[in-house]
Design a protein around this ligand. Structure first.
Ligand code: ATP
Ligand code: MG
Length: 274
């Protein structure tokens, strides 16, 4: 048995684990357990309908929400619109009906850059690092909107992902898949987001590295940062999810706590391999 506080997750792969067992990401503020804000969830993409440019609607009354400091996971078949839903929340899509609200504020019409200023950090599914730049340059680029001293945040990222400190002067493109994903997540953390959005953070990594990345994501959530994540490893992701969304053809097919979805016979049969 491991002493890992997250149960069976985690491994002893020294290239990715934090030897101190936990990072130093400082909590935003100690407000106790996550509770729905009076004005609704911390982040909600509320009954979003929309598509790309002048193209047809891809999302149909799709709703995705996450509470402060919680982990929400979007799963579903390829082409279901998971990435599209993330892009809608981040302002990269024409949301024709519905709204996106962050901390009670309607941000539906804001540009992605303006949303970063409001506290959103986004790690896209592809092209999420600058491969020819060093690890440290990637982190510096992540802090592009900040005028203050970024050293402390960079230190926190290196505490969370110690391997990045070792490789800080290496081109990010030379890193392993799992290490690159750490660069991408670290880069997004450099803006000190209150909401971290991750589109398939474990794509292309081994199950061991996946568990380790999930542990680090849980650690980030415990500092009060909300996590909205798309995952193709549905079962494992729902195990760490406070809230889960199954999307099918741009619509909400099933919604519940991670536990509820894992126990739902229909979800199991259709999306979790029985
Ligand atoms: N830039 C784009 N322009 C037009 N249509 C797009 C664009 N990106 C995605 N689509 C379409 O939107 C639909 C949903 O795609 P999306 O990438 O959101 O699915 P997904 O659930 O993330 O799939 P995957 O599991 O493969 O990542 C697909 O029909 C796709 O062809
Ligand atoms: Mg996708």
């Amino acid at each position: 048995m491991s002493t890992n506080p997250y149960g069976d997750h985690g491994n002893k792969d020294a290239s990715i684990t934090n030897p101190h067992g936990k990072g130093t990401m400082s909590p935003i503020e100690d407000t106790g357990p996550a509770v729905p804000a009076p004005g609704g969830p911390f982040l909600i993409g509320d009954t979003m309908t929309g598509g790309y440019g002048k193209g047809p609607n891809i999302l149909h009354e799709c709703t995705i929400a996450v509470e402060k400091g919680e982990i929400a996971v979007i799963v579903g078949p390829n082409g279901a619109g998971k990435s599209t839903a993330m892009k809608a929340v981040f302002g990269m899509l024409n949301v024709r009906e519905g709204a996106v609200k962050l901390n009670g504020e309607d941000i539906t019409r804001l540009s992605p850059q303006a949303r970063v200023h409001k506290g959103m950090g986004f790690v896209p599914q592809t092209h999420n690092i600058f491969t020819s730049m060093t690890v440290e340059e990637n982190l510096e680029m992540g802090a592009f909107i900040r005028n203050d001293d970024i050293k402390h945040t960079m230190e926190q990222v290196y505490e969370l992902f110690p391997i990045l400190r070792d490789k800080r002067n290496q081109a990010a493109g030379e890193l392993s898949g799992g290490q690159r994903q750490q660069v991408a997540v670290g880069r997004a953390l450099m803006t000190k987001p209150t909401l971290l959005m991750l589109d398939e953070p474990t794509a292309g990594v081994s199950p061991i590295v996946m568990d380790e990345l999930f542990d680090r994501i849980i650690e980030v959530a415990r500092t009060g940062i909300s996590i909205l994540m798309v995952e193709q490893n549905a079962r494992q992701a729902l195990e760490i999810a406070d809230k889960g969304y199954v999307l099918v053809q741009g619509r909400n097919a099933h919604t519940g706590t991670g536990k509820e979805l894992l126990a739902d016979p229909e979800v199991r049969a259709s999306f979790l391999g029985g």
